[in-house]
Each structure stands twice: as C-alpha cells, then as structure tokens.
Design a protein around this ligand. Structure first.
Ligand SMILES: Cc1cc2nc3c(=O)[nH]c(=O)nc-3n(C[C@H](O)[C@H](O)[C@H](O)COP(=O)(O)O)c2cc1C
Length: 152
C-alpha cells in the first residue's frame, strides 16, 4: 500500500469538533476533545464514537454507561484549544438533566446511553443510543477550520 496516499485520502474524511463529557469514578466532570463521531441508525437514533483505548473517557463510559457530546459552534477555536489543553476551568459548562457535563454556548448536545463496544484497533467504537438532545443556533465547527487533523 502507498502509505502517503492512505494518509492523504483518509484525511479527506470530513469531521466536526466535539467535546465528550463524562463523569469520573469520584463523580467529577471530565471533558475530552474528540472528532470521530457518526450517526448509525435513525430508529432508534444511534451514534458511534471512536474513543482512544487508553483514554479516561473510555474508562468513564465503560463504567458509567453514559456520555454527552457537545457540538462546538463555529468560532469556538479558543474553547476547543482549552479542552485539548485540559484547561477545564476556562471552559464554561452546564449539566444535562441527568447531570452530564456539556459545553455552554455550543451548537447543541446529545446525551448517549452506552449499548455496545467493538474492541478492535487503538480506538474502540462505542455504539450508543441518543436519549436526550438540545439544539441551539449556529453551525458546527469543522475540524478543518481549526487546522487540525485526526486520521490518516
Ligand atoms: C484533532 C484531534 C481530534 C481528536 N479526536 C479524538 C477522538 O475522536 N477520539 C479520541 O478518543 N480521542 C481524540 N483525540 C484525543 C483526545 O482529545 C485526548 O487527548 C485523548 O483521547 C485522551 O482523552 P482522555 O482525557 O479521556 O484521557 C483527538 C485529539 C485531537 C488533537
């Protein structure tokens, strides 16, 4: 295989900028910048999120069976960087009705109930049902607008 071609073409897949919110074992909020999200079913509404096998987020999801995904709004570049830098004190959050952390002022959020996991590869595909949602004004921040890549 042409490795350069593989990297180049895989980086053509369009992604958005999201924040995955979970609860730690102690009940604290945890935020992770992520991008590998897709919808996989209309009825029921299902999504898949690929989570790094070593991430605290995956451990939280395996334990608590729930996570929230905040959809970052266009222009939220600084907020995205703060989440990536784990400067959580600089990230305004609010709680979903069930208590999961979501980013305040985003384009919307979904709350997801863990259904299944595919334990293959360095990221594990978490399949989850969308059990709650909130939509706000604004468009999703594309990963490309940040000049960042994840994939290849
Ligand atoms: C542009 C970009 C996109 C990312 N997308 C994902 C992703 O989709 N899934 C993931 O597990 N980690 C992703 N990461 C890495 C996470 O942000 C994080 O550093 C790592 O997974 C550790 O997460 P934790 O705080 O839950 O331990 C991405 C990082 C960058 C820079």
């Amino acid at each position: 295989m042409d490795k350069k071609a593989k990297k180049k073409v895989l980086q053509l897949i369009p992604y958005g900028a999201y924040v995955v919110g979970t609860k730690t074992e102690d009940g604290a909020n945890h935020l992770m910048f992520g991008t590998w999200l897709m919808q996989t079913s209309f009825k029921p509404a299902l999504v898949a999120f690929a989570l790094s096998q070593d991430s605290r987020t995956l451990a939280n999801v395996r334990r608590a069976k729930a996570f929230a995904v905040s959809f970052l709004k266009e222009g939220s570049d600084t907020l995205a960087q703060n989440v990536l830098d784990e400067a959580f004190d600089k990230v305004p959050t609010e709680a979903t009705p069930s208590g999961l952390p979501v980013v305040a002022g985003g384009a919307g959020w979904i709350e997801c109930k863990y259904l299944d996991i595919l334990d293959r590869g360095d990221h594990r595909i978490v399949l989850a049902e969308v059990v709650d949602a909130s939509a706000a004004a604004g468009k999703l921040l594309p990963l490309e607008a940040l000049g960042w890549h994840y994939g290849g």
